[in-house]
Design a protein around this ligand. Structure first.
Ligand SMILES: C[S@@+](CC[C@H](N)C(=O)[O-])C[C@H]1O[C@@H](n2cnc3c(N)ncnc32)[C@H](O)[C@@H]1O
Length: 339
């Protein structure tokens, strides 16, 4: 084995085997297809160089995949936890013994936000979502990876919160972590964590029964915000917390860079939802929380949007008359507490 701080092997494309014009995506898809076909190796040396290639790819890929944009990255869990950390540090949240919900948790990795709270001793968590989980094997296995990461290095999940690793494990004593590492849902006790396939506007939960409500990129999609917030206020006891990330830009701009993030404010329509969004602005969400008895404790805004004159001129009412200060932010994380 080569002794060096860098990678031991440098891979050069073999002569005549370059793929001019092929994207990393194309090559990756092709490679994955071949891997899945499980080619036989002619010799031991052939097999060993195949393994060395896989290891080199793994070393290259691992740091690139551990980013918050990847739903199956530890970094995703850590970034999602930051608002909880703030609630604990600055606003007196005590997670132990609490019931916590993720409303509209998504079908990809539905417990990524809630699982760290279980590790901190939450009594029970529930993810509400209309869609069934896309790949439960992957989602469950990921949670075991989060536990492993947190036990080895708690800061990877909990930032600079002081946590006792043995306590983390004790808080999961009723989980079968080995089963979870194999992607088996039965490793998760239903009394501690469940996925509920029903609308977040009619949760069916008892009044005042949920201490911490989370949502991410959900409120901007709801056609009747007052109905949803009335339900969320009903199930939150006095002193309960809400943590809501809201993305108020035109979602078409994610796929097409030529579409301005506020382009949808130029469309005259009486429909409650236009291009998947209710088009409410952030100050209107502040008012919504207040109307339903929630006090805003923190508001973390994303970077300011640049609004070209052309977009501003084409906006229709009510946005045409809104001051720029009410239009220039596209994202906010709210931390709220019920009065
Ligand atoms: C943009 S996704 C966000 C998913 C997840 N929170 C995340 O951060 O990745 C919005 C999710 O809200 C869910 N949703 C929308 N309306 C809902 C409702 N009335 N009840 C339950 N889920 C809902 C959608 O199915 C979708 O998965």
């Amino acid at each position: 084995m080569q002794q060096s701080s860098g990678r031991p092997l440098k891979y050069e494309p073999r002569a005549g085997r370059e793929f001019p014009g092929a994207s990393t995506w194309d090559l990756g898809c092709n490679f994955l297809t071949r891997l899945r076909a499980r080619q036989d190796h002619a010799s031991m040396v052939d097999h060993e160089s195949h393994m060395a290639l896989l290891e080199a790819l793994h070393d290259e890929i691992e740091p690139q995949r551990n980013v918050w944009q990847n739903p199956f990255a530890i970094a995703k869990a850590e970034v999602a936890f930051r608002i909880v950390l703030s609630a604990i540090r600055l606003h007196g949240l005590q997670v132990a013994g609490k019931t916590c919900l993720d409303l509209g948790c998504g079908a990809v990795n539905p417990l990524v936000r809630l699982f760290p709270l279980l590790m901190l001793g939450a009594k029970q968590v529930q993810g509400f979502e209309l869609e069934p989980v896309r790949n439960s094997w992957k989602a469950v296995k990921f949670l075991a990876d989060v536990v492993a990461a947190a036990v080895v290095d708690p800061s990877r999940v909990f930032g600079d919160l002081e946590v006792d690793r043995m306590q983390l494990l004790a808080n999961l004593a009723d989980f079968d972590l080995a089963k979870m590492a194999r992607g088996e849902m039965s490793g998760i006790p239903a009394a501690r964590a469940t996925l509920v396939q029903r609308s977040i506007v009619a949760t069916g939960l008892a009044s005042g029964s949920a201490d911490v409500l989370m949502s991410n990129s959900v409120l901007e999609h709801l056609p009747d915000l007052d109905a949803a917030m009335a339900e969320w206020a009903r199930i939150t006891p006095s002193g309960g917390y809400g943590m809501h990330g809201i993305d108020v830009i035109d979602h078409r701009s994610y796929a097409k860079a030529t579409i301005h993030p506020l382009e949808f404010l130029t469309i005259a329509s009486k429909e409650p939802i236009v291009f998947e969004s209710n088009r409410f602005r952030l100050h209107e969400f502040e008012a919504l929380f207040a109307r339903h008895g929630f006090v805003v404790l923190e508001q973390w805004r994303g970077p300011k949007l640049t609004i070209p004159d052309d977009v501003r001129r084409r906006m229709v009412e009510p946005w045409r008359s809104m001051p720029i200060a009410q239009l220039e932010y596209g994202w906010s994380q709210f931390l709220v507490r019920k009065k």
